[in-house]
Design a protein around this ligand. Structure first.
Ligand SMILES: Cc1ncc(COP(=O)(O)O)c(C=O)c1O
Length: 310
């Protein structure tokens, strides 16, 4: 599909270089303990999710002429905001193609950084992506999870975990398109191959578990509050995820809904649906080695948060 290097394993030097480029713009997110695990608070990143790691890494790798043309991406919301923020900080224009059902908060987050949201129905958006229609656009397209520099940038999170948790045994990560888990797994497995990488999805969108069970493409209609994890099946990511994820956990939607107020009251952490998935999955793991659950985002619609807290 036009990006030939994507299936390759990302070398650790490339991850280090990507993390170095992104470092001036991203937070070394702190960790807080909960029972049986540490939470890595990527919800505290600029724009409220880990996505800035990958977008800064990818944008700063572009030749000056391609960066000057501006950036365009496609997103359920968090990549959109990260792309908008990246473009703003680097002084270039930006447009983002989003589901028309994207939460208002995420659409407002895009506009806040001066970018233009282009809203499409889910089917139209998936066709835009599948037909590579971005090639007709003037801006430079950054794929939100398949782009190798994006994944290398996300790998910076893995490097931080290796430094901060010397006896790291398990990392639990929400999976949508697979960019986050792919990048983190590449960083971890290059340095500490015995760390178990656990991928999590909701039972309202168990795309990858079904894809691996059936051995190929599947299509699922999302019925989940974890809107950040509703990316479609992508054959390139099938290969990446096969190598990256050692174990899959599926969180029932009611458990996910309970995890959000639990995180707020016990850990003082505000997580969106996708951001709470890894934490919500912890109860399925037997006690074991040092475990980190990544709270990948905090951009929850305030009305949804209020209703879950009520
Ligand atoms: C909060 C949050 N968590 C997890 C993910 C999944 O990331 P990826 O698509 O790289 O698997 C996303 C993607 O948008 C997200 O917004």
């Amino acid at each position: 599909m036009g990006i030939p290097t994507i299936i390759g394993v990302i070398p650790i030097e490339r991850i280090r270089a990507a993390a170095d480029r992104a470092r001036p713009y991203v937070l070394r997110a702190p960790m807080v303990p909960v029972e049986g695990a540490l939470l890595k608070l990527e919800c505290l990143q600029p724009t409220g999710s880990f996505k800035v790691r990958g977008f800064f890494a990818a944008a700063t790798a572009l030749p000056a002429e391609r960066l000057r043309r501006g950036l365009i991406t496609v997103s359920a919301g968090n990549a959109a905001q990260a792309c908008a923020y990246t473009a703003h900080r680097l002084g270039v224009p930006c447009r983002v193609v989003m589901y028309e059902t994207a939460p208002q908060l995420k659409i407002a987050g895009v506009k806040r950084w001066g970018a233009i949201p282009v809203l499409m129905p889910r089917d139209r958006l998936l066709a835009w992506l599948a037909n590579e229609e971005w090639k007709k656009e003037p801006e430079t397209f950054i794929h939100p999870f398949a782009d190798e520099e994006v994944r290398a940038g996300h790998g910076g999170l893995g490097l931080e975990l290796l430094e901060d948790v010397p006896d790291l045994g398990r990392v639990v990560i929400a999976v949508g398109g697979g960019g986050l888990v792919g990048g983190v797994a590449a960083a971890l497995k290059a340095s500490k191959a015995d760390v178990e990488v656990i991928g999590v999805q909701s039972d309202g969108y168990p795309l990858w578990k079904r894809a691996f069970e059936s051995g190929g493409p599947v299509s699922v209609s999302p019925e989940t509050i974890a809107d950040g994890t509703t990316a479609p099946f992508d054959p390139r990511m099938f290969e990446v995820l096969k190598r990256s994820v050692d174990r899959w956990l599926i969180v029932p939607e009611p458990r996910l809904k309970a995890a959000i107020p639990e995180l707020a009251t016990t850990a003082k952490v505000v997580a969106e649906g996708a951001g709470a998935l890894a934490y919500a999955a912890l109860e399925q793991l037997p006690p074991g080695p040092s475990t980190v659950a990544v709270v990948s985002g905090g951009n929850i619609d305030p009305a949804l948060l209020a209703s879950l807290l009520a």
